[in-house]
Design a protein around this ligand. Structure first.
Ligand code: HEM
Ligand SMILES: [Cu+2]
Length: 602
């Protein structure tokens, strides 16, 4: 390992901005409702995202009831099933995961972790949340309009999404498109904040290569989102014009119920390209923050510096970049030119390289670490296992020859649930447990945490592993029942019933988590300001939970990277980022380190 003399603060280009006048809240309303404090906005985003996520969870129960027991629930018609699928998928991907990772964790963690007082545009940041809330309300309102919400599938493919045979083609689809457009406007307001804050508001000494990987993950994911969402935005606007004004961006000449419609010359495939130009990076908008957070959880709870920090940063950036040139792997069955398919299969498989590097580095971080199997650590390890799992089936589906027979089967549903359903949810749980003591000032209950972890982890596998097998049997995706299909054995139905029972149980078991969080926030043991003995700045705030402006009169100054764990010769097994080299307590009882701290990143 290379040792080096840590840079004096003066050697690091000052990246601080002049102290801005924060808008200090003067009343209850400006403190908790129309608040401009990123931490309050983070909590608002998180609560809203989790609330709407619970709606999506209930929808998944209804779908599972139908799939497991197709003859028992008369109120779930084929139309209703389509509507459940669509709302479930869209809510989970956009309104829960994207909002929670970027609006929730991004707002809470970025300013604290880079040593800023707040986001750089607090007012715009506040607007971002309120527009997000409006988007959620518009989406929910589609449940109550005549015809109900759209049943076009979360991919909203035209022409069927706006033709009258599809459920929700009256008001539902319009509200869905309006809601998506609003979401994107709101997100953009937040996203510009996250990017500019990372670039302009880091405290003195916090060079880019000293930032915790959590910030890197959220930062790059935000850039992806700022570049990818516009494709969905224009897609939504153009589809709205097709629906409302009769333009033909996506609509070909088409006969509907024996009648020739006025549409002519539009390209349904164009929408697929726009959708997936957004849709594939979306996977990484959700995954990259997860990658970052997991790295920090592993380092903290294994008391080890992250292995290959520089490589981890570059892997995040490269994966982010590559995610823009793989979108058509979702369209292998669209009749594309085989050479085109070959190109996209190749780029898709190349992403496996930086991704695998990350996984190796995580394992090497754990190697000979002092692993504490805390709840956040359990969830972090579970994330890695699950992401690798889902990644491997991604290699299957990335190859056109394998994808074509598996397309539109339950195998696909199993794959994407592993990789962008279960894995991100696991890391979100880990992150909530990890930062809970900072956010609330109290500890959660460990036993309940353990129970919650094991039920969720084992449950998720019991739900989604069998779906891979059902997919191989040829059970189709988006079918509300299998009927008496000859090539599907009866045992598939038994398996479906099993999956449904587990899904309901695991879903209900989340009450343990909600109870633990709510109860502990009021009644939990008081936590000290740095219970995990972590190095990053958010744990070094003068107050816990941190007050408005985060740092009191003086901004922290950063002297080292984010991962000085178990440094030889130091008294403690962690050195916070804001402790100068001369002041590090050493093993002999004095201060100052004989061996300079390792910082492979500089
Ligand atoms: C809580 C556990 C979950 C269960 C039991 C569940 C169950 C289901 C079911 C039964 C379907 C429909 C399958 C079909 O007939 O094609 C589905 C679709 C889907 N789910 Fe989940 N899901 C869960 C969590 C999630 C999460 C966390 C995500 C976030 C990425 C997600 C994203 C989707 C998407 C994108 C679809 C596809 C919708 C479509 O085909 O248009 N699900 N889920
Ligand atoms: Cu993709």
């Amino acid at each position: 390992m290379t040792y080096f003399v840590p840079t004096a603060v003066e050697d690091v280009a000052p990246a601080e901005v002049a102290e801005v006048d924060l808008y200090h809240p003067k009343s209850f309303v400006t403190k908790y409702i129309f608040s401009q404090d990123a931490k309050v906005i983070a909590i608002q985003y998180s609560f809203t995202a989790i609330a709407i996520g619970l709606v999506a969870l209930v929808l998944s129960w209804l779908m599972r009831l139908q799939l497991g027991f197709p003859d028992s629930f008369d109120f779930i018609s084929a139309e209703a099933y389509y509507q459940f699928i669509t709302m479930h998928g869209m809510i989970m991907v956009i309104y829960l995961l994207t909002a929670l990772f970027l609006g929730g964790f991004g707002n809470y963690l970025i300013p604290l972790m880079v040593g800023a007082r707040d986001m750089v545009f607090p007012y715009v940041n506040m607007l971002s949340y309120w527009i997000y809330l409006l988007a959620v309300l518009v989406l929910v309102s589609s449940l109550f309009v005549p015809g109900g919400p759209t049943g076009a599938g979360w991919t909203l493919y035209p022409p069927q999404s706006i033709l009258s045979g599809t459920p929700g083609s009256e008001g539902g689809i319009i509200l869905m498109l309006v809601s998506l457009a609003l979401f994107i406007v709101g997100f953009t307001m937040g996203g510009l904040n996250y990017v500019v804050t990372v670039l302009q508001a880091r405290t003195r000494g916090m060079s880019l290569m000293r930032m915790p990987l959590t910030v890197w993950g959220i930062f790059v994911a935000t850039i992806l989102a700022l570049l990818a969402f516009p494709a969905l935005f224009v897609g939504a606007v153009m589809m709205m014009l097709d629906k409302l004004l009769g333009t033909s961006f996506f609509m070909p000449a088409i006969v509907e119920f024996g009648e020739l419609r006025d549409y002519d010359g539009g390209s349904p495939l164009l929408f697929q390209h726009l959708f997936w130009f957004f849709g594939h990076p979306e996977v990484y908008i959700v995954a990259l923050p997860g990658f970052g957070i997991v790295s920090d959880l592993l380092a903290t709870h294994a008391r080890r510096n992250i292995f290959g920090y520089r490589m981890m940063v570059w892997a995040i950036v490269i994966i982010g970049g590559l995610s823009f040139v793989v979108w058509a792997h979702h369209m292998y069955v669209s009749g594309m030119n085989p050479y085109f398919g070959f190109f996209f299969a190749t780029t898709t498989l190349i992403i496996a390289v930086p991704t695998a590097l990350k996984v190796y580095n995580w394992i090497l971080t754990l190697w000979r670490g002092n692993i504490h199997l805390t709840i956040p650590m359990l969830f972090a390890i579970a994330f890695i296992v699950t992401f690798v799992n889902g990644g491997i089936t991604g290699l299957f589906l990335g190859n056109a020859v394998v994808d074509i027979p598996l397309s539109d089967t339950m195998f696909v549903v199993a794959h994407f649930h592993m990789v962008m359903g279960v894995a991100p949810i696991l890391v979100i749980f880990g992150a909530i447990y990890h930062w809970f003591p900072k956010i609330t000032g109290r500890m959660f209950n460990q036993t309940l945490g353990q129970i919650h972890f094991w039920i969720t982890f084992l449950g998720a596998y019991s739900i989604f592993l069998p779906l891979h097998y059902l997919g191989f049997l040829g059970v189709p995706r988006r079918y509300y029942e299998m009927g008496d299909t000859l090539f599907i054995p009866d045992s598939a139905q038994t398996l479906n019933a099993f999956v449904s029972v587990v899904a309901l149980t695991v879903g209900v078991a989340q009450v343990i988590f909600l109870f633990n969080m709510i109860w502990s926030a009021y009644k939990g043991k008081k936590a000290d300001s740095n219970p995990w003995r972590a190095t990053t700045l958010e744990w070094q705030t003068p107050e816990t939970p941190p007050g408005h402006g985060n740092w009191g009169p003086e901004l922290p100054v950063v002297y080292r990277w984010a991962y000085d764990y178990s440094v030889p010769g130091a008294k403690e097994d962690f050195i916070p980022q804001n402790v100068p080299q001369e002041e590090v307590p050493n093993a002999e009882g004095g201060v100052g380190l004989a061996v300079p701290a390792a910082h492979p990143a500089e």
